[in-house]
Design a protein around this ligand. Structure first.
Ligand code: ARG
Length: 459
């Protein structure tokens, strides 16, 4: 029987019943639903809305239900309309009229809002742990490869030399910002809507601060209409997740490129690669490709939530039941991706020789050649033009800046001497870039140590 059966003359049509039901996806919040109910009943007892003994019985009944669910003695009734109906129905089956008192001064509208906030707060803590684990892995690899010269790219063209450590620390910075966004989302999620009831609060003398405190929230929400119709916390979290997935996708894309024979900068461990059913030579970066592909889902979940909320009049509307599958999928997707990407990075083999060789081709040190002339008093624009002419000459004669004879250099500018070869050595180009944020190995080391300290982990 439905909670609202009194007003109706007929049962709900079967297909419509399935359509309306949310138990198949909201049952994952059963623990939070019970926690919320225990806090509500405790507060009702303390405020004198319920007799203390009845409140205590309700709390015990709810604890027993949770224990029975955890031990497998009780399972979720898939025919219940939603998780709230299931828990209340089970409590009433066990306690009779006492169970029926739990829903005093409450509505499923504030109940679902509190369940979702509790559940997502818990999930955010888990995501944060996983994300920080990845950032830590990036820092450790960066320390290991702080001096490994590799080509830095713009427009996918070799641009200037960097180090692999520097490149990895770029991702560590992105993941730090992602962690900040997750923490920020939690900050605003951290208010308890219970006591807002359906939309207009209640005439019962509730101690809303107490319910909030019992559930570990920073405090109660301030407006009952807002409290039951607000899903900003889902929008914020899904946005933070989508951004983080975009970062993982960019990293995945680079991993896929680096694994190719054209690059061969890294080799993934066998545990994180797959083969082909027909081509025996293949070792494919499927995991990275899947992460890149799943970014579409996470962005889709975010769009689902924004589109669902857009245009909803206050207060609660059933459209909002659609929030759960989208936000759960976003959370699950990021969690799975972090769990596979972190060990994949930790175990990858870095082929530093290939990186160094790739950096030695393609005139990646041309800027340093121009800077050398600037050091001799030539204005940068002139130095840039001279270097451009030298590069064109080298390409024409199949030479590099390293192999161009000094006599030829001198034809382009009187200012060249033997010192040019040292100035354009890749190690010097990298080591000299000591500016804050630059790729010099000492910078990379300091940066990685700074981030490790921020994460509160030992080097
Ligand atoms: N299953 C519903 C949801 O997820 C719970 C709230 C139902 N409230 C209502 N007035 N029908 O949003």
């Amino acid at each position: 029987m439905k909670l609202w059966a009194g007003r109706f003359h007929k049962e709900l049509d079967k297909t419509t019943d399935d359509f309306n039901s949310s138990i198949s996806f909201d049952s994952r919040m059963v623990k939070e639903d019970i926690q919320g109910s225990i806090a509500h009943a405790t507060m009702l007892g303390e405020s004198g809305v319920l007799a203390q003994e009845e409140a205590a019985k309700i709390c015990q009944g709810l604890k027993d239900i949770l224990a029975d669910l955890e031990s497998g003695k009780l399972s979720i009734d898939e025919t219940a309309e939603d998780v709230h109906t299931f828990v209340e129905g089970e409590l009433t089956a066990r306690l009779g009229d006492t169970g029926k008192r739990l829903h005093t001064a409450r509505s499923r509208n504030d109940q679902v809002a509190v369940d979702l906030r509790l559940y997502l707060k818990k999930e955010c803590a888990e995501l944060l742990k996983l994300l920080n684990g990845l950032t830590e892995t990036m820092c450790r690899k960066a320390l290991e490869y702080k001096g490994a010269v590799m080509p830095g790219y713009t427009h996918m063209q070799r641009a200037q030399p960097v180090t692999f450590g520097h490149h990895l620390m770029a991702y560590a910075e992105m993941f730090l910002r992602d962690a900040g966004r997750l923490q920020d989302a939690v900050k605003r999620m951290d208010y308890c809507p219970l006591g807002s009831c359906a939309l207009a609060g209640t005439t019962y003398p509730l101690k809303r601060e107490r319910t909030a405190e019992l559930l570990g929230f920073a405090g109660p929400t301030q407006n009952s209409l807002d409290a039951v119709s607000d899903r900003d916390f889902c929008l914020e979290l899904s946005s933070a997740i989508a951004i983080c997935m975009v970062h993982l996708s960019r990293l995945s894309e680079e991993i896929i490129l680096w694994c190719s024979w054209e690059f061969k900068f890294i080799e993934l461990d066998d545990a994180y690669s797959t083969g082909s059913s027909i081509m025996p030579q293949k070792k494919n970066p499927d995991i990275a490709e899947l992460v890149r592909g799943k970014t579409g889902r996470a962005v889709g979940d975010m769009v689902t939530l924004y589109t669902m909320m857009k245009g909803l009049p206050l207060a609660y509307d059933k459209d909002m039941q659609e929030d759960k599958e989208a936000i759960f999928d976003a959370v699950d997707t990021l969690s799975m991706c972090l769990k596979t990407v972190t060990p994949m990075i930790a175990t990858m083999k870095v082929l530093t020789k290939n990186m160094r060789a790739a950096a030695a081709k393609g005139f990646i040190n041309a800027t340093d050649c121009a800077d050398y002339l600037v050091g001799k008093g030539v204005p940068f624009r002139t130095a840039y033009k001279i270097t451009g002419e030298i590069v064109a000459y080298c390409i024409e004669h199949n030479l590099t800046l390293e192999t161009l004879p000094i006599e030829t250099y001198k034809k382009f500018s009187e200012n060249f001497d033997e010192g040019i070869y040292d100035a354009i050595s890749l190690e010097r180009c990298v080591n000299g870039r000591k500016v804050l944020g630059g790729p010099a190995p000492e910078n990379v080391e300091a940066q990685a140590k700074r981030v490790l300290a921020l994460l509160g982990v030992k080097e």
